[in-house]
Design a protein around this ligand. Structure first.
Ligand code: AMP
Length: 282
């Protein structure tokens, strides 16, 4: 396994692999690896000759009030875990390597970036698309691996790839959860044991909503209210949003039909947590 910090060195290494027609898979992360990241890495390893993991805490996707300075940084442990998974290359750039002085070009996916989390974190998705766009240009992978946990991010990145004609396949991998249902996240480290227990209500309430919809309920307002009630009754979480949207377009749904996604964001203790569930409704 190679740990590479320089774009130039990475490109040189990859040129050889491309000349040998090796399939390249790419997993972008911000590190502090957990089983969710590892599931992406395992899919990537299975489907490609060369697997690249990037670890970069991208300052441009943190907005005012976010946790950039306290975001967990676990370089040694991450390298150990990636090695165990037989990753070929870890790309670990510095801020300076990624953003030269005076960097001024951004990628912005309109509309999709302004709803759900985008409404509350303006500029966040522009930071994500800009950094992933740069990484795609540097690595030129065949397949990009993303997690369903960040469903809006995956939809936006797919749209960017499509709109900008990048020849990259996108593989969206299922959300990996703790035993109690809490979606794994590097930010779960901010939670106390008790808050982790409380946070299990997020997925429980989404599952219950799914059950209610599959039993015939089609009114999004009623579904949202029932999730809200469950969360407030069972935890100290402060709800930022709960929305029922079309799972492809992210458009709000009044009547639930087609590919439905229920997405939510809450603040619990020091952490901002997101989760979602998809339901095919006839
Ligand atoms: P992050 O390091 O949080 O930026 O995440 C890097 C990638 O891992 C993104 O594509 C995430 O959607 C994905 N990911 C994060 N948590 C999970 C999880 N619990 N299950 C599956 N994928 C995840």
């Amino acid at each position: 396994m190679r740990v590479v910090k320089s774009i130039k060195v990475l490109r040189k290494l990859l040129r050889k692999e491309k000349l040998s027609n090796h399939k390249i898979g790419f997993v972008p992360t911000m590190g502090s690896l957990h089983e969710g990241h590892l599931s992406l890495i395992r899919n990537c390893r299975r489907e490609n000759e060369i697997s690249i993991l990037s670890i970069f805490i991208n300052p441009k996707q943190f907005v005012k009030g976010d946790d950039f300075s306290s975001y967990p940084r676990e370089e040694k442990k991450d390298i150990f875990l990636a090695k165990k998974e037989n990753i070929d290359i870890i790309f670990f750039p510095t801020n300076k390597e990624m953003y030269s002085d005076g960097h001024s070009t951004v990628i912005n996916v309109e509309k999709l970036s302004t709803v759900l989390c985008g409404k509350y974190r303006p500029g966040h998705f522009q930071g994500v698309t800009t950094v992933v766009g740069k990484l795609l240009n540097i690595i030129e992978p065949d397949t990009l691996y993303l997690g369903q946990k960040d469903a809006q991010q995956a939809i936006i990145l797919k749209k960017m790839i499509d709109d900008l004609n990048w020849p990259v396949k996108v593989n969206i991998c299922p959300t990996v959860r703790e035993k109690n249902g809490l979606a794994m996240s590097s930010r779960n480290q901010y939670l106390s044991d008790n808050e982790k227990k409380e946070a299990s209500i997020l997925f429980r309430s989404l599952k219950e909503a799914k059950h209610t919809i599959l039993s015939g309920q089609r009114d999004s307002k009623k579904i949202i209210q029932s999730i809200r009630n469950l969360i407030t009754k069972n935890s100290s979480a402060k709800i930022q949003y709960i929305e029922c949207v079309n799972a492809d377009t992210l458009e709000k749904l009044t009547i639930l039909k087609g590919k439905v996604m229920i997405a939510l964001a809450v603040h619990l203790g020091r952490a901002r947590l997101i989760d979602n569930i998809q339901i095919a409704v006839k």
